[in-house]
Design a protein. Structure first.
Ligand code: ADP
Ligand code: MG
Length: 694
């Protein structure tokens, strides 16, 4: 029997189990995956430029023959080798140089024909290519896939060559394309002027010309956007259909709460509270995303929404990403809420409480005795059942996956949902990602906040940074020193943080009281340290990224970030948001020596901007959307070639088409949408399928 598109790649002629493993490592498992394994770039090999015409500073593809080769040892560092190969064509010659790849010496036999791709540079008075990518040209076999055309260049699975991969992909295109049905309905394709699937796949791999390549790219990008938008639009329409709760949004309790606050709400806060009230008053369930920069005061907005739900007898689940943050919210919200009505019952549910306590709180939640439960992802566990869940708040939502986000609402009957994030993003992108949500924005900080003064020091000037911190401490303020342990699991990094803590404690900061906190400590130890810091029993908190999100201690005015190059830009901004929360001037000091362009761009952005929207924009530019949102969490890993930043128009079109289609066929039952439905369901795990169709 013939293989299907879903068969494993190992059954393809020329692959086999061993090579299949290399493919699998790159996520290529099925034959279809191979078709969708797109080139990372192309080379126009229809005409090669003559070597005599090469100019300094440009990138070229040349075709040339190896004339001679040599190898040096570097004088400066032993064990550092340089391979130098002279190559030439009929017009002239040029040197190609590779560093530290001694095994290449065997490869470059004199007389060998090569295609080389790289930047031409001036060195010691002559032109050379540094570490060009190269490929052998065979004299025997048919070279039609490799030269004389626009040639695809792939990221290579381990141990395989470009030539081999081209051959395999060509084979798969020839053999399997007929099995491939275009799942995009014809009228969408024709309205949007899209190439059909088979031709797109051929031309993304082996374009007839650049124009065709462009069309293929456009069609396949559209496809990605469309498949990304469709589930969002379906979810939204499903939710709108159902009747949720009409909350009573006015009343004494809310007014008393607002009057009792130690500050006045900002106009921006008032505006989003109105938006939330209007949602909550209406029967359809609220699906709202609240964006606001670090420190803009989202918590109090969420608390007001909470009170609205509670006053009508509903329960509220408030989910946050870390236990430290859960405890902080628990204590702040309890204080504020109980100040206006002391019969409201608030519970805390985190993984680290003991079994007995857990059982107790499960029971209270189930019987409706708890009005508000604040917790971590422990809230989404099976055993948590609510009596009448009326509102869900998810704080710092970027720390949760899409799947996790979807689980909580299932615990009620169409509860209202408020999702909050401190990583604000441009509006169009917000729609891409959160197409199933309405968006509110808090676009100002409470009055009186000063911009955090941000500086960068090199490691060797570290002591200057410490002096700034010490000056703050002597004024009675507190400081954070952050050490990069990105995943909280790298034992070595934690050891590093401990070591630094011990050194600082007995060295630079010996006149002060220091505490250490990291994710591997027991929960009660973390809490104890946090509490001590809050109560000013500690002056300095040495910490890993556990305090990245949400922590709110106004007396902390200085943050030092060690090895700042290891943090992403948005993460640095989040960290910086831990200071500058009071009225005193605050400092954020980045320690870093790293010089790569990416790191420099991040540091510069931090020094230049204090505004989270600007920072997010820069971060997006530097990293691209996939990395920015976290591929897995956001589902953006589905976007392999489409780029929301550069293809905004196409994205909008895809979204419009998705809306149109869902409007006409909300369950994807029409004949022309059958393939599409199949394709869509293929992409989702069982438990999520129902939230989309059905
Ligand atoms: P985030 O939006 O980062 O979650 P928080 O809700 O933690 O910000 O608020 C940051 C701090 O600002 C808190 O201490 C909070 O009490 C305070 N705050 C919130 N709203 C106001 C306001 N309108 N005026 C003054 N301070 C405020
Ligand atoms: Mg917050």
């Amino acid at each position: 029997m013939k293989n299907s598109l879903q068969s494993s790649v190992q059954y393809i002629k020329g692959i086999g189990p061993k090579r299949a493993k290399s493919f699998n490592k790159l996520g290529i498992n099925t034959i279809e995956d191979l078709l969708y394994y797109f080139p990372r770039r192309y080379e126009d090999r229809t005409n090669f430029i003559s070597i005599s015409r090469l100019q300094e500073g440009q990138i070229y593809t040349i075709k040339a023959q190896v004339l001679a080769k040599g190898e040096h040892q570097s004088f400066r560092r032993r064990g550092f080798s340089i391979i130098e190969v002279a190559v030439g064509d009929s017009s002239g010659k040029i040197f190609c140089v590779w560093f530290n790849q001694p095994y290449l010496k065997e490869y470059f036999k004199v007389g060998l024909n090569l295609i080389l791709y790289g930047r031409v540079e001036q060195y010691a008075g002559r032109l050379q290519m540094n570490s060009p990518e190269f490929e052998m040209v065979s004299s025997k076999s048919d070279e039609s896939l490799n030269i004389g055309r626009i040639t695809p260049i792939y990221s290579l699975p381990q141990g395989l060559t470009q030539r081999y991969l081209r051959l395999i992909i060509k084979y798969v295109l020839d053999e399997y394309l007929l099995q491939l049905n275009d799942f995009l309905p014809y009228d969408i394709r024709s309205r949007c002027n899209l190439l059909n699937l088979a031709r797109s796949l051929i031309n993304i791999h082996f374009p007839d010309n650049l124009e065709r390549q462009n069309e293929a790219y456009r069609r396949l990008s559209f496809e990605e956007f469309f498949l990304f938008q469709l589930p969002l639009v379906l979810r939204k329409s499903k939710k709108k259909e159902k009747t949720g709760i009409s909350h009573k949004v006015g009343g004494e309790l809310i007014n008393a709460f607002i009057e009792g606050l130690p500050f006045r709400l900002t106009p921006a806060q008032e505006k989003v509270i109105e938006e939330i009230k209007s949602d909550m008053a209406k029967p359809p369930a609220m699906q709202r995303l609240l964006q606001g920069d670090v420190g803009s005061g989202k918590t109090v907005v969420a608390t007001i929404a909470t009170l609205i739900a509670i006053q009508g007898g509903h329960q509220v689940a408030f989910m946050v990403p870390t236990e430290i943050l859960a405890r902080q919210h628990y204590s702040v919200v309890s204080r504020q809420v109980l100040g206006v009505r002391d019969d409201i019952k608030i519970g805390l549910l985190i993984s680290s409480i003991n079994k007995k306590e857990k059982e107790k709180i499960y029971k209270e939640i189930k019987e409706g005795k708890v009005d508000l439960v604040i917790g971590t992802h422990a809230l989404i566990e099976e055993s948590v059942k609510f009596k009448h869940l009326g509102l869900i708040v998810i704080d710092e939502q970027h720390k949760f996956g899409v799947g996790q986000r979807a689980l909580l609402p299932a615990k009620g009957t169409n509860p209202d949902v408020l999702i909050m994030t401190a990583t604000p993003i441009p509006r169009t992108l917000a729609i891409t990602l959160y197409g199933d949500l309405d968006v509110s924005i808090i676009n100002e900080l409470p009055p009186g906040r000063l911009a955090v003064k941000t500086m960068q020091f090199s490691e060797k000037n570290k002591s200057q940074a410490y002096e700034i911190a010490k000056a703050q401490l002597r004024l009675g303020s507190q400081a954070y020193i952050v050490y990069p342990v990105i995943e909280e699991s790298y034992v070595l990094d934690i050891a590093g943080a401990k070591k630094m803590y011990n050194e600082l404690k007995s060295g630079e900061f010996k006149e002060f009281k220091l505490g250490l906190i990291h994710g591997r400590l027991k929960q009660n130890e973390q809490d104890e340290t946090m509490l001590k810091f809050k109560q000013k029993e500690l002056d300095v908190l040495v910490s890993t990224t556990v305090l990245e999100v949400g922590i709110d201690i106004a007396n902390a005015t200085c943050m030092i970030v060690e090895s700042a190059e290891r943090f992403g830009l948005s993460q640095l901004h989040q960290l910086r948001g831990r200071v500058g929360r009071g009225r005193q001037e605050s400092f954020c000091i980045l320690l870093s020596d790293a010089e790569t362009p990416q790191v420099k761009a991040r540091m510069e952005a931090m020094l230049k901007y204090n505004d989270g929207f600007r920072i997010a924009e820069e971060d997006l530019k530097i990293r691209g959307p996939g990395e920015f949102f976290g591929r897995r969490q956001s589902g953006l890993s589905e976007l392999k070639i489409a780029n929301p930043l550069t293809q905004m128009q196409l994205l909008k079109k895809a979204r419009e088409e998705a809306i149109k289609l869902v409007h006409a066929d909300p369950k994807l039952e029409m004949r022309q949408n059958v393939l599409l439905k199949e394709k869509l369901l293929q992409r989702f795990p069982e438990h999520e399928k129902l939230t989309i169709v059905g």
